[in-house]
Design a protein around this ligand. Structure first.
Ligand SMILES: NC(=O)c1ccc[n+]([C@@H]2O[C@H](COP(=O)([O-])OP(=O)(O)OC[C@H]3O[C@@H](n4cnc5c(N)ncnc54)[C@H](OP(=O)(O)O)[C@@H]3O)[C@@H](O)[C@H]2O)c1
Length: 266
């Protein structure tokens, strides 16, 4: 029970990686606060935690709505005298070519609304509590695709890169007050989000269960980052040969998409 006595807020915990991570954190003794829009799914996750003897509280909220995010933050602070960790995991992805997005600036706004502003708003609301306690750990669910540039996800990846930068600033600026942070760079994970793209059914992916272990590691060990070997190699490639790696991305991904489409058809 490594996390006994601790309270962890986890957004996007009605499904996928967030729901699995919430169950695992509760098994380690943490009281988990589950945030997402779908009330029924949140209740199912809470009930599964309670059935194993854990403690979970649910908050149905649209975090892309600034007023709703402020309200839920106040509620969390009022109901939990101690908050040890915040996992900014709620997110949405959009896969769309830039040339199909020229009249769709709202795609960029709506990914920022949940992936960036929703997370920032909640974090800012909890920071004074973290400072008062002398500790607080902020984790974000980001993507390996911010380590190596890939095509078709410009709105999504820009919002994740912005959140990474904000999250690193927390430690850089407030580390001496006990505020720490972890950026988790997930590869592809089989969840509702990734299976929305038909051809990705044929792609080998991490299970949500395994991916959730990355969030648990982030909360328990508090490393600066959790990443994969491929992600680190991608970053080294970008540092050494940025032009070559960036140009290679498009033909490589076009080939991969063709091969996935063929495998889905077969
Ligand atoms: N799957 C992957 O391949 C992959 C790869 C890299 C990073 N990630 C990141 O991992 C995180 C979890 O994604 P997932 O793969 O587990 O997908 P998922 O099952 O679709 O989970 C997304 C979660 O975010 C919540 N959410 C979305 N919009 C929200 C809003 N406006 N307000 C509050 N909650 C909201 C969803 O709940 P409601 O719909 O109930 O609101 C859901 O619980 C995301 O940040 C994603 O970007 C995923």
């Amino acid at each position: 029970m490594k996390l006994a006595g601790q309270t962890v807020v986890i957004t996007g915990s009605s499904s996928g990686i967030g729901a699995e991570a919430a169950r695992k954190l509760a098994r380690l003794g943490a009281t988990v606060c589950l945030l997402a829009r779908r009330e029924d799914q949140l209740a199912e996750v809470r009930e599964s935690i309670e059935a194993e003897g854990g403690v979970a509280h649910t908050y149905a909220v649209d975090l892309s709505d600034p007023d709703a995010a402020d309200t839920v933050a106040k509620q969390l602070l009022a109901e939990h005298p101690r908050i040890d960790g915040l996992i900014n995991n709620a997110g949405r992805s959009i896969r769309r070519p830039i040339l199909d997005s020229v009249d769709r600036a709202h795609d960029y706004e709506r990914t920022m609304a949940i992936n960036y502003f929703g997370a920032v708003r909640l974090t800012l609301a909890l920071v004074p509590r973290f400072v008062e306690q002398g500790h607080g750990h902020v984790v974000i669910s980001s993507s390996m695709s911010t380590q190596v540039p890939i095509p078709l996800f410009s709105a999504y990846l820009a919002s994740k890169a912005a959140l990474e930068s904000f999250t690193r600033s927390l430690t850089a600026e407030l580390g001496h007050k006990g505020i720490t942070s972890t950026v988790v760079y997930f590869p592809m994970v089989r969840t509702e989000m990734s299976t929305a793209t038909h051809i990705y059914q044929a792609m080998p992916m991490l299970s949500a269960n395994k991916a959730a272990n990355w969030l648990v590691k982030a909360i328990v060990d508090k490393p600066t980052r959790v990443t994969s070997f491929a992600g680190t190699m991608g970053e080294l490639g970008m540092a050494a040969l940025p032009g070559v790696v960036t140009k290679a991305s498009q033909p490589l991904f076009r080939r991969m998409d063709k091969s996935l489409a063929k495998r889905v058809k077969d």
